[in-house]
Design a binder for this molecule. Structure first.
Ligand SMILES: [Zn+2]
Length: 440
């Protein structure tokens, strides 16, 4: 669709370019928009007047010409990004340009429900604000991401199943909006990770990619033609319950052989425990000896469901990382557990790749640290099972953002709401009206 560079729409568009590209010169803005400097200047002045952007000299050795860059102003305030995982959560305080000022990681089991977890998150937020000598009224937007299907419009979890069942229909967006007095955006965790990668990671400048989170659970997110695709129920890319051929392990969803119960981090750990108690892996048994007893908080529901008699004795448990350690020590049972997981992930991904035809797949999450052999098996199965046309130029990469893509993406959600095209247009129109009235 053609865009007409007139009035407040042009101003809002310029601001969105500054949000996406970062600090930029007036000359570069003219180049990108193909507009005359005079057209551009009028709108830039309005944005400067509103205090949404500022103009700063570039640090340069060249004294020939003083150059300046337009950047988002920090005066409006700060964004909060909250990224919830199954057993831990991260909270970050971010500048308007989404760079992270400071962040904390805390323990908190999602199955304890929203009231309990949000209390912990609040303590964390209070600490972050206090560390930066900021008060709550400086928060101008909050993004929160969590596992499970999200009703994006209502801002709540829309699934009565699994670890997020206690969050089902909890009015997260409304509760947080009332508590912090700012716009709140709620989204799925992998969707937020995809946005983080698109903005600052491996998918920068990539319009068609799939983000895959390999953790306790397994999820994916699809970016098609540059846009995140959420689906009609906010559950696009929800591959954890895709069925792995020939597997009958029961899943909480009522079906059998779901990817999560075959290949996820909890499934790997569960298979390790089963091998120990079947006497099949002396190396894993030895690793278990060094484990402390489980605290209530550490009891993963998936494992508790499948090995209740073990957990009732409050014993420790091995993790997916322990299985990788044992495999490296030559334990063939552990090696096969990891291979089974990698093959299942590769196989389900091959279907997604045939369906979506991405040019890039980004793998992130703790399971990507299970070793080169694990990752190469995922790659190999994708290449074997997907159509050659789909894989001929396909890149498969691990994330380079060191587990921060989720926080970055969550902050981007808050930023896109605060600087939304319509909101900025309204501000610019109101400002113009103010200036006109004054001059009359
Ligand atoms: Zn399932």
């Amino acid at each position: 669709m053609d865009f007409y560079w007139t009035g407040s729409a042009a101003g809002a568009k310029i601001l969105s370019i500054i949000c996406n590209q970062g600090p930029i010169s007036r000359a570069a803005l003219c180049r990108i928009t193909k507009q005359a400097r005079s057209t551009m200047s009028l709108q830039v002045e309005q944005l400067l007047q509103l205090g949404l952007i500022e103009e700063k000299p570039i640090d340069t050795d060249s004294k020939a010409q003083a150059r300046t860059l337009l950047k988002l102003s920090e005066k409006p305030g700060v964004f909060l990004a909250v990224f919830l995982g199954l057993t831990h959560f991260k909270v970050a305080l971010c500048r308007t340009d989404t760079t992270i000022i400071n962040f904390k990681i805390e323990r908190g089991n999602m199955t304890d429900g929203p009231i309990n977890i949000l209390q912990k998150v609040h303590i964390c937020i209070t600490g972050l604000l206090s560390d930066e000598n900021l008060t709550q009224d400086k928060i101008i937007g909050l993004g929160i991401a969590l596992p499970g299907p999200i009703d994006y419009r209502k801002g709540m979890v829309s699934s009565p199943l699994g670890v997020v069942s206690t969050w089902h229909n909890y009015p997260l967006k409304t509760v947080l909006h009332n508590q912090y007095g700012c716009p709140v955006i709620v989204d799925n965790d992998v969707h937020a990770m995809a946005l983080g990668e698109q903005h600052r990671g491996s998918a920068k400048n990539n319009n068609d990619f799939i983000m895959v989170k390999l953790a306790t659970g397994i999820g994916a997110s699809i970016v098609a033609d540059g846009k995140l695709y959420r689906g009609s129920k906010g559950a696009a890319g929800f591959i954890s319950h895709n069925q792995v051929e020939g597997n009958s392990t029961p899943c909480i969803c009522g079906k059998q052989g779901c990817l999560e119960v075959v290949a996820g981090g909890a499934a790997i750990a569960r298979q390790g425990m089963e091998a120990i108690y079947a006497g099949k892996s002396p190396i894993l048994a030895q690793l278990l000896q060094s484990k402390p007893e489980l605290s209530e908080e550490d009891r993963l529901p998936q494992i508790a469901k499948q090995l209740p008699e073990l957990l009732s004795r409050n014993i420790g448990r091995v993790t997916a990382s322990d299985i990788a350690i044992a495999a490296n020590m030559g334990d063939s049972v552990s090696f096969e557990i990891l291979q089974r997981s990698a093959r299942a992930i590769g196989s389900i991904m091959a279907h997604q790749i045939n369906f979506n035809n991405p040019s890039l797949v980004i793998l992130a999450g703790p399971l990507t640290k299970l070793g080169d052999k694990y990752l190469s098996t995922i790659r190999q199965v994708i290449l074997e099972k997907a159509m050659p046309l789909m894989t001929v130029d396909l890149e498969i990469k691990t994330s380079q953002l060191d587990d921060m893509q989720g926080l970055i993406g969550t902050c981007l959600l808050a930023q896109s709401e605060y600087f939304s095209f319509d909101k900025i247009r309204k501000q610019l129109d109101a400002n113009k009206l103010r200036v006109t009235k004054k001059s009359n």
